[in-house]
Ligand binder design. Structure first.
Ligand SMILES: Cc1cc2nc3c(=O)[nH]c(=O)nc-3n(C[C@H](O)[C@H](O)[C@H](O)COP(=O)(O)OP(=O)(O)OC[C@H]3O[C@@H](n4cnc5c(N)ncnc54)[C@H](O)[C@@H]3O)c2cc1C
Length: 352
């Protein structure tokens, strides 16, 4: 076999690609993982304040913006308990740490997750510092054009994530490949991101740095958690999750979510001066901080055209999509890694 011919190529050495590669490691198939970064797992490394919030105790489909039946079926195959068992069998024991978001499991350090995947992918050929530019299908092979050379493969797994954090390697290549093979892409937007504000909220600036527990009504969802006032707008866990569900228009903030809520003096002063309704404050953001600050990209390859049991495209044989590139986006709290690992697991299990 030619050195640039593989049985399976995975584009992306992130959470979903690494999970998939680690399970395929045991086969005799010739497998390659391509990534434009010089190291694997760059997002895992920075996640959860470098402690990787890897999953959530309260995994349920309602925590995701996604086709509900699709993800319910996926989590039946591999859920948070399966992930924790998989990690435990490899001597990794994340612990519950619920200070910011309920049910979150953190590792001691993100680097232990990366080391684990390095060990589990010891037979896989990694081509790092290699950027995928285009993919064609020709004579039963995917021809993957990179900035260095062309690679051929019988099967192609697209695990290239979303557009968030381009400085960590993110690109729109997965969406481009999907579109080239006829897939529908649900509208893409930055999510789990802070909001910039309009004139009416310029008072937020005065409170910059202050964090308060709030309850937010957005669309038909209720979000609870802390909100942080910032120089340019607002952020913090409750706002990040609100950004997942906010399309456009208004949402409502309750600054007194329970009777024991302590309201600092400067907050009381500012809201009194402006005669603000602190139980149902309505606001319409100007926009958000964009892909450079957003933890994830919502939207993506429509799951209507993906086989739920295999992650294979229904439009092109031997083409698979896993992870954030799909139209599945979770709330803050470890849900997005869980999705990446679940979809990577299902794909590898089918191929095996
Ligand atoms: C700062 C930050 C913190 C986060 N913290 C958490 C957390 O604690 N818990 C949680 O659940 N989620 C967290 N997330 C979200 C989570 O990291 C992602 O949802 C998850 O990594 C998606 O996995 P993936 O495999 O689909 O994509 P990614 O992990 O993004 O991997 C995709 C890979 O593809 C590569 N790639 C992209 N384009 C190309 C190309 N053209 N050529 C070659 N390679 C390419 C990229 O370099 C990247 O390595 C965080 C995200 C960010 C940005």
């Amino acid at each position: 076999m030619n050195k640039d011919q593989y049985d399976i190529v995975i584009i992306g050495a992130g959470a979903s690609g690494l999970m998939c590669a680690s399970l395929l490691n045991q086969t005799s198939l010739k497998i390659c993982v391509i990534d434009c970064n010089s190291k694997i797992g760059e997002k895992i490394k920075v996640s959860g304040g470098a402690k990787c919030n890897i999953t959530n105790k309260y995994l349920e489909s309602s925590k995701f913006l996604a086709e509900q039946e699709f993800i319910k079926s996926c989590f039946k195959e591999f859920d948070n308990n399966d992930l924790l068992k998989f990690l435990a069998s490899n001597n990794l024991h994340p612990h519950l740490k619920e200070k910011i978001v309920k049910g979150t499991y953190f590792c001691n350090s993100s680097s232990e997750v990366i080391s684990l995947f390095k060990k589990l992918t010891n037979k896989i050929h990694f081509r790092l510092n290699t950027k995928v530019e285009d993919v064609n299908y020709c004579e039963n092979n995917f021809v993957i054009k990179t900035n260095n050379y062309n690679i051929k493969s019988k099967k192609l797994i697209v695990a290239s994530g979303g557009k968030s954090f381009p400085n960590l390697g993110a690109s729109d290549i997965g969406f481009k490949i999907a579109e080239d093979f006829g897939h529908i892409i649900a509208r893409l937007d930055p999510a789990l991101v802070g909001f910039t504000v309009q004139k009416d909220q310029f008072w937020f600036k005065e409170l910059s740095g202050l964090s308060l527990p709030v309850k937010i009504k957005v669309d038909n969802k209720e979000v609870v958690g802390d909100m942080l006032f910032t120089h340019k707008g607002c952020s913090g866990p409750a706002i990040l999750t609100t950004s997942l569900y906010w399309q456009k228009g208004k949402f409502y903030i309750d600054f007194l979510p329970n009777k024991n809520t302590y309201l600092p003096k400067r907050f009381k002063r500012a809201t009194k001066e402006l005669d603000i309704d602190i139980r149902k404050y309505e606001m319409a953001p100007a926009g958000n901080y964009g892909y450079t600050k957003a933890e994830v990209t919502k939207g993506g390859v429509s799951t209507d055209e993906i086989n739920v049991n295999t992650m294979e495209s229904k439009l092109q044989k031997d083409l698979y999509f896993i992870g954030e590139v799909l139209d599945v986006t979770g709330e803050l709290g470890g849900y997005n890694f869980q999705w990446a690992f679940t979809s990577g697991y299902i794909c590898a299990k089918y191929i095996l």
